[in-house]
Design a protein around this ligand. Structure first.
Ligand SMILES: *[C@@H]1O[C@H](CO)[C@@H](O)[C@H](O)[C@H]1NC(C)=O
Ligand SMILES: *[C@@H]1O[C@H](CO)[C@@H](O)[C@H](O)[C@H]1NC(C)=O
Length: 231
């Protein structure tokens, strides 16, 4: 009896130790999940702020993809993992018309979308290319955007892009009820100092669907934000 009790304790200890070692054994540069962020063009490009569109045209109005950014165990961005791994345009040729609409370059001065995507791939995509390769990375972002139409979800919850002011908690809950995770909601200030909805972030482990984020994503908006019209 005594021996088997001791064995049980020992066994439990081993299980706990192996668990701890497995977590601690993770490589610091290892990707644990991705942040998927979308930005509201009405804030990013409206009012006093401006966007410069690529010569190929304007993106779709509404939320556009800001990025799909791999994170490590400490919730740090992983960046620039393989300078030799450049985006090959032929790997995303089937996706370019959708990417132009939903993952545009908005930076000034205006630059080509392909340059923007190459930059996103080398900065962020390369760090997870054993999870999502070049084609899969861009496809995953488009699919995540389609899987949950954020604007529809917000409008159905009474949060409309009409310049009105909305309660942050109410917006977080509206999104959480529709998609099952608590989003991160981030704001920018316009020149008058008003807080505008800017970016909404969710998490995904492998790009196929949304997952709960490890830890709270939080917000920098304060108790409420303005939701500027479509742009
Ligand atoms: C990405 O991986 C998929 C599935 O393994 C494969 O079919 C595809 O050819 C790969 N694409 C690239 C760009 O490596
Ligand atoms: C958000 O506020 C509106 C109006 O007060 C209310 O009808 C709705 O139920 C709230 N949504 C959530 C998710 O709390």
């Amino acid at each position: 009896m005594k021996i088997s009790a001791a064995m049980a304790v020992l066994f439990a200890l081993v299980v706990v130790l192996v668990g701890v070692l497995c977590v601690e054994g993770r490589v610091p540069g290892e990707i644990i999940f991705y942040y998927f962020s979308q930005q509201w063009t009405g804030s990013r490009c409206g009012g006093e702020r401006s966007c410069c569109y690529p010569k190929t045209g304007k993106p779709a109005p509404g939320f556009v993809i800001e990025g799909l950014r791999p994170q490590n165990l400490m919730n740090e961005d992983l960046k620039n993992c393989d300078p030799k791994d450049q985006l090959n345009p032929s790997k995303i040729s089937d996706l370019t018309s959708e990417l132009q609409r939903y993952w545009p370059s908005l930076a000034c001065p205006s630059r080509s979308n392909m340059r923007h995507w190459k930059n996103e791939w080398s900065t962020y995509g390369t760090c997870g290319n054993y999870v999502l390769n070049q084609t899969q990375y861009f496809k995953a972002a488009l699919n995540l955007k389609k899987e949950v139409n954020l604007l529809d979800v917000l409008i159905k919850g009474g949060i409309k892009p009409n310049g009105g002011s909305y309660d942050l908690y109410n917006a977080s809950e509206t999104i959480r009820m529709a998609v099952g995770y608590m989003p991160g909601i981030f704001c920018v200030k316009d020149k008058a100092g008003k807080t505008l909805l800017n970016v909404i972030i969710g998490c995904t482990v492998d790009g196929t669907s949304y997952n709960d984020c490890p830890g709270m994503l939080g917000s920098d908006c304060g108790p409420s934000f303005k939701f500027p019209p479509l742009k």
